[in-house]
Design a protein around this ligand. Structure first.
Ligand code: PTJ
Length: 248
């Protein structure tokens, strides 16, 4: 039982969700390590959505709205932490949701699909083929889902797959607290924010931008991923400077 008045309640709840989902084989054991890395970067970023992350989230909403076919690619960590938030974003944006796993087993695929469906997500399934040029199982996807998408949201992704999707001409949006990761540097748009803070912000922005195509176009026109990454690293340096009481 995590006391509700604990100063880091939200973070502890997320950790507990990951631990329980690892016992349930929804999260891969490796995913527990990934979560810990995310927690560390969240500390450095200040455990809050920065202004630049919010801009990235609004730009992501614009890209999802302007897509011909947007797909949200869900892995074990994303399902465990945010099945309900994925449902909300899907409902607002109309994006497809497809499961894609690094540590793929049929058992995990089934369990993650059930968790998503139990939370009201409309999961796109079908025969998978190795359509993304990766020797690994992450290359498996459906022809009418991820393969056909022009915009793919890949939260908590690994660098190789991000690179392969970009190589296929897709626009890739990632959510990754680590601005130094290969994924963060390769994606079209990187949201350096915690997953469960980022998703509701994207959903709210989709709602807002739906009636304002000009604002969505403006966000996309002004997008500069290098600046977003610079700003995330600067936030970390400012937090370290504050902790030390001198500039780093
Ligand atoms: O479920 P599977 O089998 O597909 O495996 C999923 C994992 C996450 C294990 C796999 O994709 C992986 O190994 O990812 P990486 O390479 O560890 O990258 C995940 C990135 O997400 C890291 O840079 C973490 O810092 C970041 N991250 C972890 N948790 C969060 C996060 N970013 C935002 N919010 C989080 N909650």
């Amino acid at each position: 039982m995590i006391p509700k008045d604990h100063p880091r309640y939200a973070s502890l709840v997320r950790r507990e969700k990951i631990a329980n989902a690892a016992w349930d084989k929804i999260v891969a054991m490796e995913g527990v390590g990934s979560h810990g890395r995310g927690e560390a970067f969240d500390y450095l970023i200040g455990e809050k959505t920065t202004d630049t992350a919010l801009l990235a989230e609004r730009t992501a909403a614009a890209m999802l709205l302007n897509a011909k076919q947007a797909v949200i690619s869900v892995n074990g960590n994303t399902a465990a932490l945010a099945a309900d938030l994925i449902r909300d974003l899907q409902k607002e944006s109309g994006a497809m949701v497809e499961i894609n796993l690094f540590h793929r087993t049929e058992e995990r695929m089934r369990k993650i699909e059930k968790l998503l469906r139990d939370n009201g997500v409309d999961v796109h399934t079908g025969p998978v083929e190795r359509l993304v040029p990766l020797s690994h199982d992450r290359g498996l996807c459906t022809r009418d889902g991820i393969y056909s998408a022009d915009v793919v949201l890949v939260p908590l992704e690994d660098g190789d797959r991000c690179e392969a999707l970009i190589g296929m001409g897709k626009k890739v949006i990632t959510i990754d607290l680590n601005p130094l990761s290969r994924t963060a540097k390769t994606a079209t748009l990187t949201i350096c924010d915690e997953l469960t803070r980022a998703l509701p912000n994207i959903t709210a922005a989709v709602k807002e931008l739906k009636g304002n195509g000009a604002a969505a176009d403006e966000l996309i026109k002004n997008h500069d991923n290098g600046k977003l990454l610079d700003s995330a690293v600067t936030s970390i340096m400012e937090n370290l400077s504050n902790a030390l009481g001198r500039k780093v």
